[in-house]
Design a protein. Sequence first.
Length: 316
Amino acid sequence: MPEVNSEPSKTKDQTAAKLEQATAVQHQHEQPFKKYLLSSLIQSVVSTLLFHWFDRAFYLATIHKRPMWNSANFVSPFQGCLQAISFKFCFGSIYYIAQQEARNHIYPVVAIQFNGGAILANIAVGGFAGTVNALFTNPTSAIKSQMWGNDYAQFTPTAKKMWAAGKAEPFIRGVRPTIYRDMIFGSSYEVIRSVLHKMFLPERQGKKTQGGVLTTDFACNTTSGIIATLLSSPHNYAKNMQYKALPHQPMPSVTEIFRSLYQESRQQSGSLLRQLTFFGLRFNPHWGMLRTGAGMGAGQAIFDTVHAWDTARSPR
C-alpha cells in the first residue's frame, strides 16, 4: 500500500496551531482602553520631571548651533513644565498605547497570517506606533518649540499667536519629518528590543529576582532607544529646523534643509573626522541618543510595570 504524504497536513496544522496560540495571547493581553489611564498618568509625570530641562536645552542647542552644555541653553530650564505634564498625560504615552494595541492586533496578523516573521512584525508595530505618536504630538511640540525660543513665553498666548499668524499651518509644521523620524525610530526600537530580549531575558529570567529582570529590561530598552535615535537623528534635525521658522515665515522643506546642510558641510576643510564632527554638532546625536535612550528605558519600564500591576489588581 503506497505511503500517504502527510507533510502538507502537518505544515497546515502547525500554522493553525501558531495562529491559535497568537490569538490566545492576543485575547489574554487585550484590555479596555481605560486600563491605560493610570500607567499613562504616572509615566507622564515622572518622565516630564526627569527630562523636561534636558529637552529644552537640547532644542536650544540645536537651533542656535551651540554646544549642548552652554549655559545659555539652561536659562529657565523648567519653563512650561506644568503644561508639559498636562499635555504629556494626554499625548506622552501615545507611543506605548499604540505599541500595546499594535502588538495585540497587528503583530499576529503580520507574523502568522502573512508569514512575515518576527522582524517584519516588529517593524510594522514600531512603524504604526511611531506614526500615531507623530500625528498626535506634533502640534504640541510645535507650540513648545516656539515657547523655548522665547524665555518669557507661555503656552496659551504662544498658541494664540501661532493661530493668528497662520491658522492651522504653524501647528502642522514639521509633521512630515516627525513622521519619518518616529517611523524609523519605532521600527528600529522594536526590532532591536525584541532581539535583545531574546538574548538576555528568556533563559535567565527564572534565575533572576524581579528587580533583576526589570533592570535587564531597562537596559535592553535603553540600548534600543539609543541606537534607534542615532538612525533617526537626521529627520529630528529637519524637524527642529522647520519648528525654528516663525509662524509668519516660509517653512523650508526637508529637501532644502538637507541640501543646505550638505553645502555647509562641503565648506568644512580638513579631514573626514572634521566633517563627521560637523554633522555631529548639527544633529547632536550623542546627547539625543542618551536622552531618548534613557527616556525610553524609563518610560517603557514605568508604563509596562504600572499597566501590569493595574491589570492584575483589577477584577476580571
